[in-house]
Design a protein around this ligand. Structure first.
Ligand code: NAD
Ligand code: MG
Length: 351
């Protein structure tokens, strides 16, 4: 379930990549969603031979063809390809692999992923004579595409799980260059590190941790008689301003920008709120990721038709903060303001 490669922080750029390792090859991109559309269009425009693999009835077929891409079934695409880039959702990858990819793999081909879940947790077990690599852009596909069009890059992680040809790293790096990621930097990692840090991060901090913190803060204020509107602004809306400051200047950049009172109060109370118990909970979350317990739970949940997932989603949707937020966002419409401003500028400029 794990590979014991040492974690590494080697970063590659344009000069380290050689397009010769991909330009004579055919790349099958399976799926035309967030990552799929970006990888296929960027590779195509970088001069790589791309075949998009989509199901017969897929609504994306027309979109891909309109962009001048060759579209066929996943099985035919895999058969035609030297590199098979598996960009269908993680939960359907094992099925697509079994039916469309595995029967069409030849020795020396490459299986390419943008996330390591199915390889790391053995849901896909490739034959020994193919390369297995990962190029995982650290952003949604739409940014990977937009940055490429602006001649900018998107950082990515690169990992090699299996190197049958001895050229797996060179080819993956050429793939990363083809989708524009070498312009920004390609960080070498392992499948294990990518999967475990990704799952832990989204559960403990990014998606799970932060939403729980927001809900607990909101509930504490409202239960003590403060208005839901004030609680919403304080505990959810203002979070964006704080995160923007941290994104730009780290924790220090944020502390420098808030008042001394906010800084002192935050420094004194932060560790009282998110205390050692939370840290212990985080260790448990990480352990479930590392020992495969979370993966087994999520796979079983999908096989059962997602009963708990559906319930949890419903409960989250029905939390009072969602109703308050919807009302306030309609009232203030700050999300639309920027767009409206840009439109106004354009109208003025066109006049
Ligand atoms: P997506 O949901 O946006 O797109 C999936 C595509 O697969 C769609 O075109 C869909 O029509 C197609 N598809 C669905 N079921 C299919 C089937 N049974 N057979 C054939 N095609 C099918 O997926 P995504 O978010 O681009 O994710 C693809 C991979 O990229 C995943 O491994 C994911 O973890 C990884 N990834 C995603 C992001 C992101 O921001 N979205 C970032 C990094 C890595
Ligand atoms: Mg082949």
């Amino acid at each position: 379930m794990t590979d014991d490669d040492a974690f590494t922080t080697t970063v590659h750029y344009e000069d380290d990549a050689d397009s010769a390792h991909i330009e004579d090859k055919t790349v099958a991109v399976l799926g035309y969603g967030s990552q799929g559309h970006a990888h296929s269009l960027n590779l195509h425009e970088s001069g790589v031979d791309v075949v998009v693999g989509l199901r017969e009835g897929s609504a994306s077929r027309a979109a891909a063809e309109e962009e001048g891409l060759t579209v066929t079934t996943p099985a035919e695409a895999a058969a035609a390809a030297d590199v098979v880039s598996v960009l269908v959702p993680d939960t359907v990858q094992p099925d697509v692999y079994e039916h469309a990819v595995e029967p069409n793999l030849e020795p020396g081909d490459t299986l390419q992923f943008a996330h390591g879940f199915n390889i790391h947790y053995n849901q896909i077990q490739p034959p020994e004579d193919v390369d297995v690599t990962m190029v995982a852009p650290k952003s949604p596909g739409h940014l990977v595409r937009r940055n490429y069009e602006k001649e900018e890059g998107t950082p990515a992680l690169l990992a090699v799980y299996q190197d049958a040809t001895g050229e797996a790293t060179d080819e993956a790096l050429a793939y990363a260059q083809g989708i524009g990621c070498a312009r920004a930097g390609v960080l070498e990692t392992t499948f294990r590190e990518e999967v475990e840090s990704d799952l832990f991060g989204e559960q403990a901090v990014l998606c799970g941790g932060v939403t729980s913190l927001v809900k607990h803060g909101y509930e504490t204020l409202v239960d003590n008689g403060y208005s839901p509107e004030a609680a919403y602004f304080e505990c959810l809306n203002e979070l964006k301003l704080i995160v923007d400051l941290m994104y730009e200047g780290g924790l220090g950049g944020m502390w420098d920008s808030v008042s001394d009172t906010a800084e002192y109060g935050g420094l004194v109370q932060g560790d009282e709120i998110v205390d050692d118990t939370v840290r212990e909970n985080m260790e448990e979350t990480l352990e479930k990721v590392q020992n495969g317990e979370f993966a087994r739970e999520w796979i079983a949940e999908n096989q059962a038709g997602r009963p708990s997932y559906t319930q949890l989603r419903e409960a989250e949707k029905n939390h009072e903060i969602e109703e308050v937020g919807e009302r306030l966002r309609d009232l203030f419409a700050w999300a639309d303001e920027q767009e409206a401003d840009t439109e106004k500028e354009q109208v003025t400029a066109d006049d």
